[in-house]
Design a binder for this molecule. Structure first.
Ligand SMILES: CC(C)(COP(=O)(O)OP(=O)(O)OC[C@H]1O[C@@H](n2cnc3c(N)ncnc32)[C@H](O)[C@@H]1OP(=O)(O)O)[C@@H](O)C(=O)NCCC(=O)NCCS
Length: 146
């Protein structure tokens, strides 16, 4: 069973473990900062009581929300956890009345791109050399209606 709930400081080591497994670039400092500055939009997913994924999303301007990071432990992927996290963060961003949500995905990350496209995101542009290793990012966007 999947439960999505707010991040708690006790989840920190699980989040960092997942982050290390799935991202080429990682920095625990960011996650401490998120907890301090946008804890409303820092969520974890438990699968049978184990923290298996997390998402961080927040409002960056009056109209725009941003998903900074979404990750699921590889051992728990394809079980619907990523979808559950995305649905919940989108619900929270809708509550904040944003009109669009943006995010970046590595150009090589076809799986994540397809995942977001299934939820209605589209490629709105390219952010050149967005990552430290020089790779470009797709800037993906979804418009929300009320
Ligand atoms: C992208 C990511 C978050 C998706 O997480 P996930 O938990 O595997 O996502 P879901 O299980 O909801 O959906 C993944 C696939 O499983 C399928 N699926 C969903 N629920 C399922 C279920 N109950 N049984 C079988 N398959 C299922 C979906 O159809 C989906 O198919 P797709 O790959 O064709 O899109 C995950 O792959 C990940 O962490 N990747 C590395 C980090 C990353 O790239 N993050 C995004 C950039 S910030």
């Amino acid at each position: 069973m999947i439960i999505v709930r707010k991040f708690q400081p006790e989840d920190f080591s699980s989040v960092i473990e997942i982050e290390k497994k799935v991202f080429d670039e990682h920095d625990p400092f960011y996650y401490m900062k998120f907890y301090e500055t946008c804890s409303e939009g820092f969520l974890v997913a438990e699968f049978d009581g184990i923290v298996a994924g997390f998402v961080v999303g927040y409002r960056v301007s009056e109209k725009t929300g941003r998903i900074f990071s979404l990750a699921v432990n590889p051992e728990y992927q394809n079980l619907g956890i990523g979808g559950a996290l995305l649905n919940e963060i989108m619900r929270l961003l809708r509550e904040n009345k944003v009109y669009e949500v943006v995010l970046e995905v590595r150009q090589s990350n076809t799986r994540a791109k397809r995942f977001y496209e299934r939820y209605g995101f589209y490629v709105a542009g390219i952010s050149e050399r967005y990552y430290n290793d020089g790779e470009n990012a797709y800037l993906m966007k979804i418009r929300l209606r009320y």
